[in-house]
Design a protein around this ligand. Structure first.
Ligand SMILES: Cc1cc2nc3c(=O)[nH]c(=O)nc-3n(C[C@H](O)[C@H](O)[C@H](O)COP(=O)(O)O)c2cc1C
Length: 403
């Protein structure tokens, strides 16, 4: 308990004392499926001020602080039940009526749940305290049910730039890790690789955006061709057909490109989510590994030590599985790019027909040359972007299988 500091707080309850534990300490507990404590490490006992016997078999709400909105726990259980890890800030109460803040990571184990908590220190933590205070106020004022409060919380997180609790948790753990500056040396190259993968996937997203913008820019050209065909009357009949062909082929290609980043099942979206989940699992694994290292030999926690070690290994495997997934999605993209590039050849043929028509109408200032030049430019750019996309996908496959 020597490294623990007690600080008088000027917050909600001025008599309450904040317990601040050292940066490197990790508060660990495990529970059964209903949240009844099965294991508590010495740090948990020291920070919360309970003996291990008082904590074992007690419901976890033994440390629940009244400043915590109900909606947070509703959402926590909702996510846990769906098998997702949860990472969020929690204010807890100590036995003597003080409090301590943690960033808690809770994951599912074979027999229940496991939570590892670190001392928070980031700006996101400060922002979250404000969100909780507003939510608690709304809960009381509007008499919100836990479910209604959790829906409000989701809205507030969205407003703060986090579309899901998962994206918020990933960011929170990432920021706290950075602030602590602790990355296990044997993992630093894995984190680096994950970051590189995320960057390549984001470049791929940029290329897909550029290709789509190209399609949007030339969308008007078939219409221009049709207008021209109308102006030329009988002489422009061929152009009318050419414009229809071009329009149909370009629309089909555009929709194929769009599928790459479809929010439901687009390859890029799946790869991005796999890389951030893989990184998250690896971070949680590191936390559990550190917590395992924290357990003193005389800690009452042999079971806990085994649990931490096993779960650490499981999360590592999960992280590796996500990388294999990224790698295999990456493998499918060069084929898609090849097929799209073949379609550009098709568009080129249609453009050539335009050129033939332009040659036949040498004496008429039809504006056809300008249309052809714009299509040519679009075909070249799209082909180049697709070649880059394919090369980046191969890089992802290669890097993803390197871990
Ligand atoms: C592994 C695990 C760890 C938990 N840790 C905490 C905690 O540190 N503080 C807390 O208030 N609730 C924690 N909970 C949630 C509690 O079980 C409970 O839902 C919460 O205290 C709200 O209690 P109430 O719904 O009865 O008000 C944890 C749950 C699990 C499964």
């Amino acid at each position: 308990m020597n490294a623990m500091t007690k600080i008088s707080s000027a917050s909600a309850d001025s008599s309450a004392t904040e317990v601040r534990f050292p940066n490197e300490s990790i508060v660990v507990s495990s529970t059964d499926p209903r949240g009844v404590i099965q294991f508590a490490n010495q740090t948990f006992c020291d920070v919360a001020g309970y003996s291990v016997d008082e904590l074992l078999n007690a419901p976890h709400k033994i440390v629940r602080h009244p400043d915590m909105p109900k909606g947070v726990f509703y959402l926590l259980w909702d996510c846990l039940k769906s098998g997702m890890p949860v990472c969020t800030y929690v204010k807890n109460k100590t036995k003597s009526g003080g409090y301590y803040w943690v960033l808690a990571v809770v994951t599912q184990t074979e027999n229940g749940f496991l939570s590892a908590r670190i001392r928070p220190s980031t700006e996101l933590f400060e922002a979250t305290k404000e969100i909780y205070a507003t939510l608690l106020d709304e809960e009381k004022r509007e008499n919100l049910s836990p479910e209604q409060s959790s829906a409000r919380l989701i809205e507030m997180l969205k407003d703060a730039g986090y579309p899901t609790l998962e994206s918020y948790g990933i960011e929170a753990l990432n920021l706290e890790f950075k602030a602590r500056g602790i990355i296990a040396p044997d993992l630093s190259s894995s984190f680096l690789l994950m970051d590189e993968l995320a960057e390549i996937i984001s470049d791929m997203q940029g290329l897909v955006n550029s290709i789509e913008q190209g399609f949007e820019r030339v969308r008007g050209e078939p219409v221009n061709l049709r207008i021209l065909a109308g102006r030329l009357e009988g002489a422009g009949a061929a152009l009318g057909t050419i414009s229809q062909n071009y329009d149909a082929m370009a629309k089909e290609m555009h929709s194929l490109v769009g599928r790459l980043h479809d929010p439901e099942n687009g390859s890029l979206v799946q790869m991005y989510s796999a890389v951030s989940q893989g990184r998250w699992s690896m971070q949680i694994a590191q936390l559990l590994n550190e917590a395992h290292g924290n357990i003193a030999p005389d800690d009452t926690a042999t079971d806990g030590a085994v649990l931490l070690k096993e779960h650490h290994e499981r999360l590592h495997q999960r992280s590796r599985a996500r990388l294999i997934e990224i790698s295999s999605i990456g493998k499918s993209i060069p084929d898609i790019c090849r097929s799209l590039r073949r379609r550009i050849n098709g568009l080129d043929v249609v453009k050539l027909l335009c050129k033939v028509e332009s040659g036949r109408m040498r004496d008429v200032d039809s504006g056809l040359d300008g249309i052809i030049a714009r299509l040519e430019n679009f075909h070249d750019n799209t082909d180049r972007h697709l070649a880059d996309l394919s090369a980046k996908a191969s890089q992802v496959t290669q890097k993803g299988s390197a871990l």
